[in-house]
Every structure is written in C-alpha cells, then in structure tokens.
Design a protein around this ligand. Structure first.
Ligand code: KG4
Ligand code: ZN
Length: 344
C-alpha cells in the first residue's frame, strides 16, 4: 500500500463519537459528535449514556466525514479504530462499527492505542520527523511522560501520575469551585480574570528530596485537597484567583518535569498532547520555557488535542506506512491498555 493511503479512523473511547479521514499525513476530515451535554448534569461521564450516544451518532458521523473528505467508502484503503484504553461499552461500539466496515469493504483494520493516537496527531499536515521525542501526555485519564523512540512500535513510560490525572484534577477542582463540567475548559476560561500568583498552591514532587524517586512522576491530589481546604475555610475567596493559581501550579509542575525529561534524555523534541494540551496557559508557558531551553516544542492545534477521529486515522496511517501488519479479525477492546502497545 502506498504511503499516501486513505485511512478512516474511528474514536469512541469516552464521550466523543468521532471520525477522521487522512491521506498519508494530510487531514481531510474531522467530524465530532459529543455527548458531553448529556453528562454535564451528573458532573462526569456516565458510561451507559456514552455508549448509547455512540450508537445513535456513529453512522451519521461516518457519512459526514466521507462527505467532508469528498471520498466514498469504496475509496478507503484502511481503517483504524481506538481499541483502548477507554470505557469498555463505548469502545465496543467503535470496534464493532470498524470491524463491520473492514469486513464489508475487505480492507485492513488497525486497532490502535488511544494514548499513542493523541501523540500521532502531531504528524498531520506537516512532514517533520516524529521520533525520537519526549511526550507529555495529559488527558482526563492519564498524565505521563513518555520516551517515544518509535511512535508505532516503541514508546516507554518514564513518568506517570501516582493518583489523579491532570485533566481529572481540573475536573474535580472545577466542581469544588462550582464551575461546569468538563472542568478543564471552565478553569481555563475562569482563569482569564484571575491572578495566577494570588495563592501559592503545592507543586508535588518538585523538591530535591522527592526528585530522586519521583523525578518524572506527578501527584495532583495534594493541590486538589489544598483548593478544597481553602474554599472550606474561606468560601469568599475570589474564584478567578483560585482557578488561575490552581492552573498555574498544575502547568508549572507539568512543564518542570517535561522539560527536565527532554534535557536529561538529550532528545530535544517535546510533544505535548491530550485534552489538557488545549489549555491556553500550558501552551503559552510551554512556548516560553522551551524557547529559553532551546527545546523544539510541538503542540497539536487546540481542536486536535481533545478526543477526535483524526488522531486515530493518523496513527493508522503511520502504521500503514511503517508496514505494520493489520490487527487480526475480532479485535478485543481493552479498557486499561498501556502505552507500550501502540497497535493491537
Ligand atoms: O484527551 P481528552 O479529550 O479525553 C481523554 O482521553 O481523557 O481529555 C479530556 C480532559 C478533561 O479532563 C478536560 O477537562 C481536559 O482534558 N481539558 C482541559 C482543557 N480542555 C480539555 N484541561 C485544561 N484546560 C483546557 N482548556
Ligand atoms: Zn483522550
């Protein structure tokens, strides 16, 4: 198959029913139907509601993506689908749809890792070299520092969170502050009017005594508890100042660790990916610090940071051009797959 294969990618691991189409590394379509509004009143994603929403949306999202890309199903050279990690019922809707299409069209299918796909989206619409790189992967379920030796076959975790993921911390703190779900975008917006230096929240595992054991690890439960205690003790706190100061603490720690991983590994490319990479303060401070440290920073466009189908198609397309064998029929979706398995 040519390196300019037409690949359709399906993402249904959480609350976005998303389909992307790429030709090689060129993005042709990226359609997303989100059930986030249906979950908002519960303050978190309800798996059953997500699965049902995927079932209702999947066919029309596929059709819209084909129409946007100006291609038809018979033109597709290969399919890719998120096989894990994610909500199991939600994943099964996507893998079943993808397998049905692959069997019907007699085309290869790649079950891909959602976390690797977040990083692979960096390949789109550019021909820069992808690996080796250090990746800071920050989403609702994961916060990791990864050494990406080869995006489709060799990714190693060098640091991870010991408790909450960064996005989870944003979501929980937003709830404490009475801001709407999902918390990341709410805190990002609220922080616009706040002073990030108003309150000095804890930065876990950044002191010399911790760095030996947890040099690249994170812990966000301390900062979340600190916000909760502060709001309990003084509910009249200026909410924008608390949001901005919390955001500053999280962003500061993420970047201290990611930049030191890049420096210490001698790999001067840093990719920041996952939903939290949409955060404006993280993007701005990353730019400033990487410029100073002479690290080549790459962050996907904001709309490609949160869950989407383009990232799945992008990783599928990289697998095709690397000559990786497609997944066997009967991909089993896995809720807890680790990053060490980019392609299933
Ligand atoms: O990657 P993603 O869309 O889904 C997962 O794979 O988890 O990430 C979702 C997470 C949520 O926790 C959400 O609050 C966070 O990303 N997020 C943000 C922003 N936009 C989304 N966090 C901080 N600032 C943002 N602008
Ligand atoms: Zn994600």
């Amino acid at each position: 198959m040519s390196t300019d294969a037409l690949v359709l990618g399906i993402e249904t691991s959480c609350d976005e029913t998303a389909v992307g189409i790429v030709r090689g590394r060129k993005l042709l379509a990226n359609v997303i139907s989100s059930s986030v509004e249906e979950h908002a009143r519960f303050g978190g994603v309800i798996p059953e509601i997500a699965s049902r929403a995927h079932l209702e949306a999947i066919q029309s999202v596929i059709k819209q993506a084909l129409s946007d890309a100006k291609v038809s199903l018979k033109d597709i050279d290969a399919l890719a689908v998120t096989a894990g990690p994610g909500l199991i019922g939600a994943l099964i809707v996507g893998t079943s749809a993808a397998e049905g299409l692959a069997l019907g069209l007699e085309k290869p299918l790649y079950g891909v890792n959602h976390l690797s796909a977040h990083i692979a989206v960096d390949s789109l619409d550019s021909d820069h070299k992808l690996d080796p790189a250090i990746a800071l992967l920050v989403s609702g379920g994961h916060s990791s520092i990864l050494q990406v030796n080869n995006l489709t076959s060799d990714v190693k975790t060098i640091g991870t969170t010991l408790d909450d993921a960064a996005g989870e911390a944003f979501d929980k703190v937003a709830r404490i502050l009475g801001l709407p779900f999902p918390g990341g975008p709410s805190i990002d917006k609220e922080s616009e009017n706040g002073d990030p230096t108003a309150i000095l929240f804890p930065r876990s595992f950044t002191l010399p005594k911790d760095t030996e054991k947890h040099q690249y690890d994170f812990s966000f439960s301390g900062v979340k508890t600190a916000v909760a205690r502060l709001m309990e003790a003084t509910p009249s706190q200026n909410r924008a100042d608390v949001a901005a100061s919390f955001q500053e603490a999280v962003v500061d720690v993420l970047l201290i660790k990611a930049l030191s991983a890049a420096k210490n590994s001698g790999i001067e490319h840093l990719i920041i990916a996952g939903g939290v990479a949409a955060n404006r303060r993280l993007r701005q401070l990353a730019q400033e610090r990487c410029e100073k440290a002479k690290i080549n920073l790459r962050i996907p466009p904001t709309k490609l940071c949160t869950d989407n189908g383009a990232m799945v198609a992008a990783l599928g397309s990289l697998a095709v051009s690397a000559g990786i064998a497609p997944s066997a029929v009967g991909i089993s979706a896995s809720s807890s797959s680790g990053i060490n398995k980019p392609i299933f």
